[in-house]
Design a protein. Sequence first.
Lengths: 297, 325
Amino acid sequence: MTLRDPGNVTAPSRTLWGDAWRRLRKNKFAIAGLVWIVFIVAMTLSADLWVPATFGDPLAINTAPGASLAPPSLEHPFGTDKLGRDVFSRVVYGARVSLTVGVLAVSISLAIGLLLGSLSGYYGKFIDTIVMRSADVFFAFPYILFAIALIAVLGPSYRNVFIAIGILGWPSIARVFRSSILSVKENEYVDAARAMGASDLRIMVRHIMPNAIAPIIVYGTMSVGGAIITEAALSFLGMGVQPPTPSWGLMLSDAKSLMFAAPWLTIWPGFAILTTVLSFVLMGDGLRDALDVKMKD
Amino acid sequence: MLRYAVRRILQMIPVFIGVTIILFVLRAPGVLPGDPVRMITGERAIPESLREQIIEKHALDQPLHMQYVIYVRNLLQGDLGESYQRGRPVVDIFAEKFPNTLRLAVAAIIVEIVLGLTAGIVSAIRQYSFLDVLLTLSTSVLVSVPVFWLGMLFQIFFGIRLKEWTNDAFYLPISQMSSAQFPDWVHLILPAITLASVSTAYVARIMRSQMLEAMGQDYIRTAEAKGLKRRTVVYRHALKNAMIPVVTFVGIDFGVMMSGAILTETVFSWPGVGREIFLAVGQRDWPIVMGGVIIIVVIIMIINLIVDLSYALLDPRIRYGGGAE
């Protein structure tokens, strides 16, 4: 009788990322989130091919009698709004705005946050003090109010929304990356690289960053969800994307006065925000477990 | 303790200076392109005399650093400028709205503590049970819900649908003005639950992970070895030690809520600080917006200070632990 199945003894060598993917695959919630995101992206990317032809142009105002505020039907699965525009079509096109803002805002946060976080963590001392105290100043503001104040100055528009959200996101990224770098920096392989005469830049890029990046992947994923919800909130308050661009937050803002007469205007854009943000949160949770990142809740 | 308090207060100074610099840059006339007077007055056409008055008051003809000094001096004297739509001091407007915001915040904190703690403790005691998975998933959902949407759904369901289904027998008021026959606190129910929703999820998550950590400690094993009942172990020993991070979170959250829940107040037409800022945004009344932001930042800083100091008082480890890093 053999104690071990010989197949298991020669298990294929795995990379960190292969391992992580294997663990992620087992997390049902994370996979559900991933599937939903892929589905939304596919819907909105292919929208030009089928949505306007089937349900109507998201911007086309229809003044024909009965076209305005029509309840959900086969022709208009999510009903129509005050201007007779198809809500389903606007929700599908709204995904473009939300996902674009989410990804661009987080990219800006990452660009600033990774740069400042790595300088802060790697060099410490004076640079660290400056960067971390500036982060404290940013944390002193309530997030949404800071965004409003920024946009009040920049002027409300599609572009300024992701710029504002992006600028406000850097301190968290910088903090997470800094503490990650601080723990990686102590490893012997960093000393070894230094002893071999590697430059600061090389040590940073080749030895520290790859080992310190996992928490950023987790945090960045969740941040996309956060940026989407912030864009919706800002647009809801009239400080975000401007009409007639279909944005989920803006649609809810229009729905507010018609909440009781036409509840479908409220339900679907909100449902879209909820499920999309939730997908990013679940993905983030799954990645945290898969990459074995320890983060505060 | 005194040394800790002094150090903690001194730490606030650079943050406050940073905050004022940012707000100065944002609202400061002349820093950003455009007519500085227009930045203050908005789109409205103004007479030349008022224009000169504004230039003099904000020292717009002075160099930038002087303008900043004057801005901070006004700030420290409690002068946040006047609303251009209503011609009243910004401080007075907010003082009037503050009690409403405070009431809503207190109600929301109660909801947050009761529901959040219960969910967190239940999850921790029955780790990996169906209930735990369900509660953990619901916290993820709650974190992802846009609060203003939740507020709208509550109004549709509890305000209208429930009223229709029960033939007016049972429903909840959806805005303060709508129906006078309810006692005062009933008006608070929906806004408070809405405002508390996201925080409740965070409290539940923190509580769960803290409880699980506490239950794994040596003193818990000791307590069990002494033959104490499980109830006693859980509530007297584990819970007490798991509470500290939760209470810190709730304290900080209280500051954020008091400072005006702009989305919740807007959706429920609640006449508080947040809604005032929302209305000012719509009217491009920047003194109210910028003044509101600085008031709120100061309130939050003070509350965070109180939270930190009371913890240092209760937990010697914080006092002697050096920095807050």
